[in-house]
Ligand binder design. Structure first.
Ligand code: MN
Length: 308
């Protein structure tokens, strides 16, 4: 297995890095990476679990703010309770999506639904909002059911955008694709690509050979625009996450939980959160949501690519 694409392969391999969210909960962060800051408008991809946790463990991310993005959660196993400053108190169960559009400002907490021992397996992504919508009024949407396409060798859930003639109800602001796909038998399958889109493929379970490249969980293969299909060879039970979109045309700055355009916007969002500004409201059920996360320092940080 090579870490560099071969002459025959159009793909670029990205090795996720292990990061910690909340208290001691480890995830593989696949976007952004040194090589790729965005794939379409997807600007963040964490693969959490699968992890078996003890009583009192699991996800425990206290109230924290967002601006300029949508948080997108795809639950594979386990249950998490979402609480936010709009008053939402929503349990997310397997095969469901939570979408939170932060717009100008929102705050939320994500905690395991039960204090008992359990399992958690999820993907959490962020979608950068285009300039025309990034200051929009915040909203939260729960999608209990997504369209599923049964093919001969696999079952595909259309999470975002359209695929195999099915369209996801998930509300996004730029041309975007998200598909969860599970092989129902060992097979070599061919997945169509929109040549206008760039794409990323990661494995949520199992191993596969993707476009001739061996791939394991914790890695992502990136494909630039101009490809019309990809071939995946894998065993039954392998779970693939395909994301894609038109390359995001705007320069963005991503720091902590914020997506912005300028240094000043970042500093203002941080100060507003630390000051307890009404911009970010108060998360529902504060007793359950836990302690507010503290924004890290911005001292000495100068964002490359930030507009002045
Ligand atoms: Mn969040």
């Amino acid at each position: 297995m090579s870490n560099n694409p071969t002459a025959q392969s159009p793909a670029e391999r990205i090795i996720g890095r292990i990061a910690e969210i909340g208290t001691g909960f480890k995830i593989a962060r696949l976007v952004p990476s040194r090589q790729r800051r965005t794939i379409g408008a997807w600007c963040f991809l964490d693969h959490a679990g699968p992890v078996h946790y003890q009583a009192g463990g699991g996800m425990n991310v206290g109230p924290h703010p967002h601006i300029g993005l949508q948080t997108f959660t795809w639950m594979i196993e386990g249950e998490v309770r979402h609480l936010d400053s709009l008053g939402s108190d929503q349990l997310i169960s397997p095969h469901q999506v939570n979408l939170m559009t932060s717009g100008h400002g929102i705050s939320h907490a994500e905690i395991s639904a039960s204090k008992e021992a359990g399992t958690l397996h999820a993907a959490q992504l962020w979608i950068a909002l285009p300039d025309a919508h990034r200051h929009t009024t915040p909203k939260f949407q729960h999608y209990p059911e997504l369209p599923v396409v049964e093919q001969h060798d696999f079952s595909a859930t259309v999470l975002v955008g359209s695929y195999f003639g099915e369209t996801s109800p998930v509300d996004v602001y730029t041309p975007l694709l998200g598909v969860d796909l599970v092989l129902t038998q060992s097979a070599t399958i061919t997945l169509p690509f929109d040549p206008q889109f760039e794409h990323g493929i990661t494995l949520l379970e199992g191993t596969a050979v993707v476009a001739g490249e061996a791939l394991v969980t914790g890695e992502l293969l990136y494909f630039s625009t101009g490809h019309d299909a990809v071939t995946i060879q894998a065993e039954a039970g392998t779970r693939v996450l395909l994301i894609g979109g038109e390359p995001f045309a705007e320069d963005i700055v991503v720091w902590w939980n914020f997506v912005a355009r300028t240094q000043a916007e970042m500093e203002e969002a941080r100060a507003d959160w630390l000051a307890g500004s009404s911009r970010f409201g108060t998360v529902a059920q504060p007793d359950i949501a836990g302690a507010r996360l503290v924004a890290p320092s911005l001292e000495g940080i100068h964002f490359k690519g930030a507009q002045s």
